[in-house]
Design a protein around this ligand. Structure first.
Ligand code: AMP
Length: 216
């Protein structure tokens, strides 16, 4: 049976950073809904054009569009063993859709690490965040700087600041999270899947806690 790990937590808490590390260590593919949308924006697809209108405002892309995109992605052969889902589901309707999809794929959500941090830390982290153009690797001016200014440590590509990491949009993204995504905390707690992880610790310590949560 395929194993799916859903990473839950507010924007800026470190889901993307940790998903990349966990993917390397577990061999499960990392699927980031935000990266998939950004890829579509880069390629100027119809999906990308639509998604961009929501993303620049810090709003969620509509459920039907997002669910269809993830469904398509999960059909790729690299998801046969499962995947680490980063940024999906983000609403109860998406969580229900995921359950239904996984029935089809003979998969199940194994564990849902819920990474937490105080709101002021999230704002500070997001406004100092730099992202790699080629593969979405994440750096932070203050907490996790790149070795050579402006260049990704992993693939040498250019680092840029995401439009939606601007202060006003960050605030909206956090409100949207509290309003639309935080109901998933009780959803997965009720399903006995939730494991809380303190995201204010070092990157290495958060990884250790995550690996422990996955082992148990
Ligand atoms: P992220 O890279 O996860 O911070 O996502 C960036 C933006 O993409 C979000 O602010 C949303 O506009 C959009 N997005 C990503 N994942 C989803 C999702 N599961 N549902 C709706 N919109 C999403």
């Amino acid at each position: 049976m395929a194993t799916f790990i859903v990473l839950l937590g507010p924007p800026g808490v470190g889901k993307g950073t940790q998903a990349k590390i966990l993917s390397e260590q577990s061999g499960l593919v990392h699927i980031s809904s935000g990266d998939l949308f950004r890829e579509n924006i880069k390629n100027q697809t119809e999906l990308g054009k639509l998604a961009q209108t929501y993303m620049t405002k810090g709003e969620l892309v509509p459920n039907d569009v997002t669910i269809a995109m993830i469904r398509e992605r999960l059909h790729h052969p690299d998801c046969k063993k499962g995947a680490i889902l980063d940024g999906f589901p983000r609403t109860p309707a998406q969580a229900d859709a995921l359950e239904n999809m996984l029935h089809e794929f003979d998969g199940h959500v194994d564990v849902v690490p819920f990474i937490t941090a105080a709101e002021d830390i999230l704002v500070e982290r997001l406004s100092a965040r730099w992202t790699c153009r080629a593969n979405g690797h994440i750096f932070n001016e203050k907490f996790n700087p790149e070795k050579e200014a402006g260049k990704c440590d992993f693939d040498g590509s250019e680092l840029y600041q995401r439009d939606d990491d601007k202060a006003e949009t960050v605030k909206r993204r956090i409100d949207v999270y509290l309003d639309q995504t935080s109901p998933l905390i009780s959803y997965y707690r009720d399903h006995d899947k939730l494991v809380e992880i303190d995201g204010m610790q070092s990157i290495e310590q958060v990884t250790r806690d995550l690996l422990n949560a996955l082992k148990n």
